[in-house]
Design a protein around this ligand. Structure first.
Ligand code: AMP
Ligand code: GLY
Length: 428
């Protein structure tokens, strides 16, 4: 089988690594890929958004399966174009991708089908949005651009003044462009965050390991939001919460999509807040999470290529997805200054060989002549897998010490919330 992976981050490297372990996979291409993927496949110089060129490449190269990493090509309709051209592709079509690309649509969907979510309103004009402050003074609230904003479109505002400023920035100054044409204002939820991943072909649902991302820059969830500083999987929950997530959130979502004639095929990533009133949906995403994919994919025991083909061909009912009884922890090494200004082009050195139990996924790296240098904010993901979460954590942080680049920064507490939860579980 020949596979084409769309994207260039750590998630896409993890997909390439996992797919490459399948005996059926003879060749992997990535567009545009990264130096980590180049070690196991061929990177081609086509942007993830250049759908026409991607279709042409897939046809000319006889690609059997295309796997889409990021959300933007999905929202642009890459799946519709591939299908129109008789090409097999893993991911939801443009209509189904609205679940991520249009937060107002997604919130309305949850409301109509009774899927637990925060209270919300949608505004298209500042004057409408500012009336909100007349009806309630309950802060904080969360203000979100309805469209895709590369993870930079959600703001927690603590006071009425901050609210007015944010509304002005988005709806009057149009600082987020098209993405901010509509704004969703929602109730601020508290609790632990959890990412749930399921594969569906629109009929059958298969659960992948859940995970917890760490979005804030600093330990103990302080500092600014980032694209994600690390993740671990699975996220430990008790049977009652697991049942609630399956019965009150996942099953009704997939069923309601089908009832509405929305053909959802691919991975559905549900961002949840575990509140005192039960799990509530923060967001739907139509793709694997980054950095969650880097810890989820190593825990899948089945042949990923076969599973993704089964989703695309609507044969998931006949395909089992086995999950390893292990833990994975992934830590993201970032350039100092990220998520604001940072330098790139710093040489990356890896002293000693990383142990066989460690996985290294590239995100923002580049080869200059034959030297590996930094090329982005999130540079590398170091992942360790073990039967014991604590050992996995020790392992990942020992291995990180072998890696260096100027102003390298990373969080030291990835996995701690999982260990705390496990301790509480044992005590009960
Ligand atoms: P989103 O862009 O919807 O994924 O939101 C990004 C992040 O903002 C989430 O991962 C949460 O940490 C936070 N967030 C989003 N919505 C809410 C909410 N209603 N209450 C509290 N935190 C939220
Ligand atoms: N882990 C956050 C995201 O992929 O959107």
């Amino acid at each position: 089988m020949k596979i084409l992976i769309i994207g260039n981050g750590g998630r896409e490297h993890a997909l390439a690594w996992k797919l490459n372990r399948s005996r059926k996979v003879k060749k992997i291409f990535a567009a545009p890929g990264n130096p980590g993927i180049a070690d196991i496949g061929t990177c081609i110089n086509i942007l993830a958004t250049n759908i026409k060129a991607l279709v042409r490449f897939a046809k000319e190269s006889g690609i059997d399966l295309t796997v889409v990493g990021p959300e933007v090509p999905l929202a642009l309709g890459i799946v519709d174009e591939f299908v129109k051209n008789g090409l097999r592709i893993f991911g939801p079509n443009k209509n189904a991708s609205r679940l991520e690309a249009d937060k107002a649509f997604a919130r309305d969907f949850m409301y109509r089908f009774g899927i637990p979510a925060p209270r919300f309103s949608v505004y298209e004009s500042a004057s409408e949005a500012l009336k909100y402050t007349k009806t309630t003074n309950k802060y904080p609230v969360v203000v979100k651009a309805s469209g895709l904003a590369s993870g930079k479109g959600a703001f927690v505002v603590a006071t009425r003044k901050e609210y007015e400023k944010k509304i002005d920035e988005i709806l009057v100054q149009h600082r987020l462009g098209e993405a901010g044409k509509r704004v969703v204002v929602e109730e601020f939820l508290t609790g632990q965050e959890m990412s749930v991943f399921v594969l569906t072909d629109g009929l059958t649902i298969r659960y992948l390991p859940s995970s917890q991302d760490h979005k804030r820059l600093y330990d103990r969830n302080r500092g600014p939001n980032t694209g994600g500083m690390g993740a671990f999987a699975p996220y430990p929950t008790n049977q009652r919460v697991t049942n609630m997530i399956e019965q009150v959130i996942i099953q009704p979502t997939v069923l309601s999509l089908r009832d509405q004639g929305i053909d959802y095929k691919g991975v559905l990533y549900v961002g949840l807040m575990l509140t005192s009133l039960g799990p509530k949906v923060l967001e739907f995403n139509c793709r694997f999470g980054d950095p969650e994919a880097q810890v989820i994919l190593p825990l899948i025991d089945s042949n990923l290529a076969e599973v993704l083909v089964a989703v695309a061909d609507r044969q998931l009912a006949e395909t089992e997805v086995k999950i390893k009884n292990q833990w994975a922890i992934g830590v993201v090494l970032v350039s100092g200054g990220y998520p604001y200004d940072y330098r790139t082009g710093e040489e990356i050195t890896i002293k000693d060989r990383l142990s066989a139990r460690t996985l290294l996924f590239h995100a923002g790296t580049k080869k200059e002549n034959s030297t590996l240098v930094t090329a982005g904010g999130r540079v590398l993901n170091v992942v360790a897998v073990h039967e014991n979460l604590k050992v996995a954590k020790q392992h990942v942080y020992t291995e990180i010490k072998k890696i260096q680049f100027k102003n390298m920064f990373y969080r030291k507490d990835i996995g701690n919330s999982g260990m705390k939860k496990m301790k509480r579980k044992r005590r009960r």
